[in-house]
Ligand binder design. Structure first.
Ligand code: ZN
Length: 224
């Protein structure tokens, strides 16, 4: 069994990925990034899952993205609509974010004696972020192997080709669906007051809409 660390954002995908990594590898740590998110609830959710699975959580500050701006997710930009520069992408895209995050995760993995970084990125029905695609992961894996003299390094992406509905089914299969629904956080508005069947959130923002739609599809696929 290989040794791994997991990137943890506190959301549905990363918490499900953590549960999968616990099953399939020897997880020695998780890493959470403060990059100027609007809400603390994501950090709290990440801390919950790390504690639940009894693994250390490394919290790193990557505030440069806040200084650079150019995304609705950091600063006070608009969260809905299109990205200010990359008009084909949503406003929530943070240019360069995953590239930096995964490089930091690789550095953390090396320190922890792990050869794998598990991450919940998904290219199937996410918002079309180019840094969530498997070809970006392949290129990054190659860069780290060369640039960190780390030939055994791997980026593991169990959700890469799954729909949100399939990720709900995976969480059920892993026996953590209820835990994930209750404790993971997806909503861009940081809403923890409204509880839906699919979890907490404002129910209006793009992240809530995606999660709600995925849950509906998951339920209807069960009854087919
Ligand atoms: Zn929301």
């Amino acid at each position: 069994m290989k040794t791994s660390i997991v990137t943890l954002s506190g959301g549905q995908d990363s918490s499900t990925t953590l549960a999968q990594a616990i099953k399939d590898s020897q997880v020695v740590g998780a890493i959470f990034y403060h990059y100027g998110q609007r809400h603390e609830v994501e950090a709290q959710a990440a801390a919950f899952f790390a504690k639940h699975y009894c693994i250390p959580l490394e919290v790193v500050n990557v505030t440069a993205f806040q200084e650079l701006g150019n995304s609705g997710l950091v600063g006070d930009g608009q969260i809905t609509g299109m990205h200010p520069t990359l008009k084909h992408l949503p406003a929530s895209f943070v240019p360069g974010r995953n590239l930096v995050f995964l490089t930091l995760a690789a550095a953390y993995a090396m320190r922890m004696g792990a050869t794998q970084v598990w991450t919940g990125v998904c290219q199937t029905d996410f918002s079309g972020y180019p840094d969530c695609r498997r070809n970006t992961m392949d290129a990054l894996e190659h860069s780290v192997r060369l640039g960190m003299d780390f030939p055994e390094f791997e980026i593991i992406t169990p959700l890469m080709f799954e729909t949100k509905a399939e990720t709900f089914a995976r969480a059920e299969h892993l026996g953590m669906l209820e835990l994930m629904l209750e404790h993971s956080h997806t909503c861009y508005e940081g809403d923890r007051t409204l509880r839906h069947a699919w979890g907490y959130g404002c129910g209006q923002c793009p992240a809530c809409a995606l999660r709600a739609k995925g849950y509906e599809e998951y339920l209807s696929s069960k009854h087919r």
